[in-house]
Write a protein that binds this ligand. Structure first.
Ligand code: FE
Length: 150
């Protein structure tokens, strides 16, 4: 599903972090592979950045007025110009919050809150494990979001 390499960070203040270079295999689904990786490595809190190429992406837009979700799929070849996300936990499972911006053939970009993306080419990510035992989430009635539960 993917290859990865653990890398050391030399900055003294980051001594508690573990970092991984993660290369997800072609034709895999990004969120599924990331959830699998976090579970396998027991990452409870962290961050994700990355680039790559995809043939399809589905985004979710939350309308704050109605609290209704609007999902939209773009089924075309696109470059991941930026993938940014965080890792926490909800109900004992890895909880990934990922945003993606990707560029189309005509160099315009689309993006948003990522539900799924199918790799068509490469997907190269850096995953940082903060080394925390927990970083939880709770459902927030006002926003309709799963917010951090500090
Ligand atoms: Fe989001």
């Amino acid at each position: 599903m993917y290859k990865y390499k653990r890398v050391k960070v030399s900055a003294p203040l980051m001594e508690w972090n573990e970092r991984y270079v993660l290369s997800i295999d072609n034709h895999q689904e990004v969120m599924e592979a990331l959830a699998h990786f976090c579970k396998k490595q027991k990452i409870k809190a962290g961050e994700i950045t990355g680039i790559g190429a995809i043939s399809e992406a589905t985004f979710r837009f939350l309308d704050p007025a109605t609290k209704k979700y609007v999902d939209k799929t773009f089924a075309e070849q696109m470059e991941i110009t930026n993938l940014t996300g965080n890792i926490s936990a909800k109900d004992g499972e890895p909880y990934l919050h990922v945003h993606l911006t990707c560029s189309r053939r005509d160099y315009t970009c689309v993006g948003g809150h990522l539900l799924s993306a199918r790799i068509n080419g490469a997907c190269e990510l850096i995953v940082t494990d903060f080394g925390l035992t927990s970083l939880g989430r709770r459902a927030d009635a006002e926003t309709g979001l799963n917010l951090y539960d500090f």
